[in-house]
Design a protein around this ligand. Structure first.
Ligand code: NAD
Length: 271
């Protein structure tokens, strides 16, 4: 599937991987790159993408991806200005790391991971990306219906692609009970959506990054990274966001790729 000429939407584009994907899609000739984030950094990032691309291609939208009204308004506006969105990378994500059961040595009581935290991580990392993807698929479905088109056929060329952002933590990682649950949850979403959305000509897959050099990982601290992460990677360094962006573009543009792709620098942590 050609990236050139397409309208792409990325959430979490105010930082790290989302921003790197926006840069790469603009470089590869996307017609418009819709950059969504809760942080006002997304505006500056969009300006930088335009400057680098030497054309007006990136448009920023600031808001919370868990809000339905915001999601619909972004799609409405993007569609009115640039046409149907056909590439969706819902990359916004958060961590709320803590061991699932911790002993309080003073009271002798065990503390369980707070359910409110779990629900927040599920809302941002699992439900929101799913609904941003479904929003795109639903609009492509409506467009096809309006044109009298039924089941998609290969002669038409592909209509769109969704790449969800998983994680090596989807295989389990100490201290990441909620995060790991959401990332493995996305595997179930993708394997269902890839079967359903192809009816409308939309492919769906999951890219699982290993530890990538972004604020999310840098927040762990240099010492933690050197002691607990780098020894379990083959590269011996954090992955660059541009390397993840390249893998995502590969998944979008090579239509034979389905399912899951691991870009994890050989991450094999001990149990
Ligand atoms: P990051 O913290 O640098 O960027 C995440 C962005 O998401 C931030 O700009 C933040 O403002 C935005 N965001 C968070 N909650 C939001 C909300 N409710 N509404 C709108 N925007 C919101 O992190 P990153 O490393 O670039 O991560 C991007 C994605 O990649 C995430 O889904 C993350 O889980 C995944 N991932 C990252 C790594 C890594 O090593 N960095 C590894 C595997 C997976």
């Amino acid at each position: 599937m050609e990236i050139k000429g397409k309208v792409a939407l990325i959430t979490g584009a105010g930082s790290g991987i989302g921003n790197a994907v926006a840069v790469e899609l603009a470089k590869r000739g996307a017609k418009a790159v819709i950059m969504v984030d809760i942080s006002d950094q997304v505006q500056a990032n969009a300006d930088a993408v335009n400057q680098q691309a030497n054309r007006e291609v990136a448009y920023s939208y600031q808001g919370d991806v868990t809000e339905e009204e915001f999601r619909k308004s972004v799609f409405d506006d993007a569609e009115a200005k640039h046409g149907l969105v056909s590439i969706c990378i819902p990359a916004a994500g958060i961590t709320r790391d803590s061991l699932s059961v911790r002993m309080d040595k003073e009271t002798g009581k065990a503390k369980i991971y707070a359910v409110e935290k779990f629900q927040l991580v599920v809302n941002v990392n699992l439900i929101a990306p799913t609904y941003w993807a479904l929003e795109m698929v639903s609009r492509i479905a409506q467009d096809r219906f309006a044109k009298g088109l039924k089941k998609w056929g290969p002669d038409e060329g592909l209509m769109g692609a969704v790449i969800l952002i998983g994680s090596v933590s989807s295989q389990g990682n100490k201290g990441q009970i909620s995060y790991a649950a959401t990332k493995s949850g996305l595997e179930g979403v993708a394997s269902t959506l890839m079967k359903e959305a192809i009816f409308y000509g939309v492919r769906c897959g999951v890219l699982h990054p290993g530890f990538t050099d972004t604020p999310m990982v840098r927040a762990l601290g240099k010492e933690y990274i050197e002691k607990y992460i780098l020894p379990d990677t083959q590269l011996g360094r954090l992955i660059r966001p541009e390397e993840i962006a390249d893998a995502i573009c590969f998944m979008i543009s090579n239509s034979a790729i389905t399912g899951e792709l691991w870009a994890d620098a050989g991450w094999h942590p001990n149990a």
